[in-house]
Write a protein that binds this ligand. Structure first.
Ligand code: ADP
Length: 509
């Protein structure tokens, strides 16, 4: 009797395993952190063996907690931190180096070198095109050190003997989903899904294949690359020795696309925002590949079949990070949860605007030289006004991205689905609805990321019937309806935009 779907949620700082029952309810969660490795300023690594051991440990732990045996688990679904890069030996299964984590900036100069490169394109390879534009058109991404391509190249160039071995077909590359699948199947399966492939900066998101020109640019032998499947698909079965019996692996999906699916955003125009340290907004655009002119990324959304569906993605760099700055940097309160009452204790921000551009501004403003700014302070400004203005800045930044998404996709918005730690703040969720003029909807059980992987695996394994059944599993949701009058909204947005102008172009090049 199959009772559970096991979601393995491999994040940047911890591994989790969550068992879901047939009603889509969480039966139990096991979680364990693993070490972050910072060899130099700006560099971030993970030990791939540590990740695998930690993930296996929490998987077993979740079974122990629930009193579950392998035969009761219908399928495993995997969701993972995206872009993080592992290279390992096909024979021994051992990594040739630590994993280079998505945040790592070590290849930023390499990407800069490519900025002025011109290449050929078109059927006959006769038309000149900037390589940066070629990358954007082919992969949907804006060239950056963030994505896997330059990280793989770095490992091949800087690990003894790695390039020769890779060319002899002895090394394999994978994002973390691929690394976990390889280990779960004891080296029998080397595969990834399209949502993860679309973050490598090597994958043609329209043709659905690794792009030969980009493999050449980054000098990556094609033989290292995994097979690419839909997110919900039969990947293989776990080695019987791990859990006592084989369990089918039925999904792999990057964390943000997983959260989009977990919110049941299946159709064009559906949008979710995950509010953590930063915010990640994704809008489903269906079969339409929309390329942004304002700095949003185009990425592949999760499916359980061969159709390729797309999403637009934008991120707010500082969301929870701004709250942490008030707490730890300015010591304005002890616990983030105090911010709600503080914000509600004043009527407004008394004209104060905080622009938390600590590391510059992202889409749609794109100004790496912008810095944090506070404007509009008068003698009446208190701690509470300051806290409220910082919370509001998260909503303004979200709105700025959403506006671009709506313009560029031509979609209309019925509601914004939300999850993540910051969404516990009811003041902010109401303000978000007010400033956008559309409802904000927060599921009580805000585990969208793990839910997405579980839903995809459950559909593939036949544990759940179809998308309608998944929608019926979504429990209670809190709905915040917009209440603000247009005049107040216009005034606030006008001043927010003036504050943004003052934050821009501050740091000197
Ligand atoms: P991440 O996955 O990026 O670590 P989480 O989803 O766990 O982030 O959210 C953590 C963030 O949420 C922290 O930055 C914390 O300051 C913020 N946070 C937690 N509770 C509240 C609250 N009630 N109001 C505002 N921010 C909150």
């Amino acid at each position: 009797m199959k009772k559970y779907i096991m979601a393995l949620d491999q994040g940047t700082t911890s591994c989790r395993s969550i068992l879901f029952d047939h009603d889509g309810q969480i039966v139990c969660v096991a979680q364990k952190e693993f070490p972050q490795i910072y060899p130099q300023p700006g560099w971030v690594e993970h030990d791939p063996m540590e990740i695998w051991n930690t993930q296996l440990f929490v998987a077993l732990e979740s079974m122990r907690k629930a009193g579950a045996v392998a035969s009761e688990i219908a399928a495993i679904g995997i969701t993972n931190q995206r872009e993080t890069t592992v290279v390992w030996d096909r024979e021994t299964g051992l990594p040739v180096s630590n994993a280079i984590v998505w945040q790592c900036r070590r290849t930023a100069e390499r990407i800069d070198e490519l900025r002025d490169v011109v290449t050929k394109t078109g059927e006959a390879q006769t038309t000149d095109i900037r390589l940066f534009d070629y990358i954007h058109q082919t992969t949907g991404l804006i060239p950056d050190a963030y994505f896997s391509a330059s990280k793989i190249e770095w490992i091949l160039n800087h690990t003894d003997g790695a390039r020769e071995k890779a060319e002899a077909g002895k090394l394999l590359f994978g994002t973390i989903d691929t690394w976990l699948i390889w280990n779960l199947t004891k080296g029998r399966v080397h595969a990834t899904d399209r949502s993860n492939a679309s973050r490598t900066m090597l994958y043609d998101i329209e043709k659905g294949r690794w792009d030969p020109k980009l493999l050449e640019v980054f000098r990556i032998p094609e033989g290292m690359l995994p097979d690419v499947k839909p997110s919900g698909a039969h990947y293989g079965v776990t080695d019987a020795g791990l859990f006592g019996e084989e369990i089918p692996i039925c999904s792999a999906v990057g964390d943000q696309q997983s959260a989009l699916f977990g919110h049941c955003c299946f159709a064009a125009g559906d949008v979710k925002n995950t509010y953590g340290t930063g915010c990640f907004l994704l809008m489903h655009t269906g079969e339409k590949k929309t390329l942004s002119e304002k700095g949003l990324l185009t990425t592949i959304a999760a499916t359980t079949d061969d159709t390729i569906l797309y999403a637009l993605e934008g991120s707010v760099f500082a969301a929870g990070a701004a709250i942490q700055w008030l707490q730890k940097g300015l010591r304005l309160f002890e616990d983030a949860k105090e911010t709600e009452a503080m914000a509600l204790s004043v009527e407004d921000t008394d004209g104060v605007y905080v622009v938390p551009a600590f590391t510059g501004l992202g889409a749609p403003h794109w100004d790496p030289y912008a810095r944090g700014t506070v404007v509009g302070i008068t003698r009446g400004c208190t701690r509470e006004h300051f806290v409220r203005a910082t919370l509001e800045s998260i909503a303004y930044q979200t709105k700025d991205i959403l506006d671009v998404m709506l313009t560029e996709s031509g979609a209309s918005l019925e509601g914004l689905l939300v999850d993540g730690g910051v969404t516990k703040n009811r003041f902010l969720m109401q303000f978000q609805a007010d400033i956008m003029g559309v409802p904000v909807i927060r599921p009580d059980n805000a585990e969208a990321t793990a839910q997405g992987a579980a839903y995809l695996a459950g559909l593939t394994a036949g544990f759940w019937e179809d998308q309608n059944e998944l929608k019926s599993l979504q429990g209670n949701r809190m709905r915040y309806e917009p209440k603000m009058d247009q005049e107040t909204k216009n005034k606030l947005l006008y001043d927010w935009n003036r504050a943004l102008e003052r934050a821009k172009n501050w740091a000197e090049q």
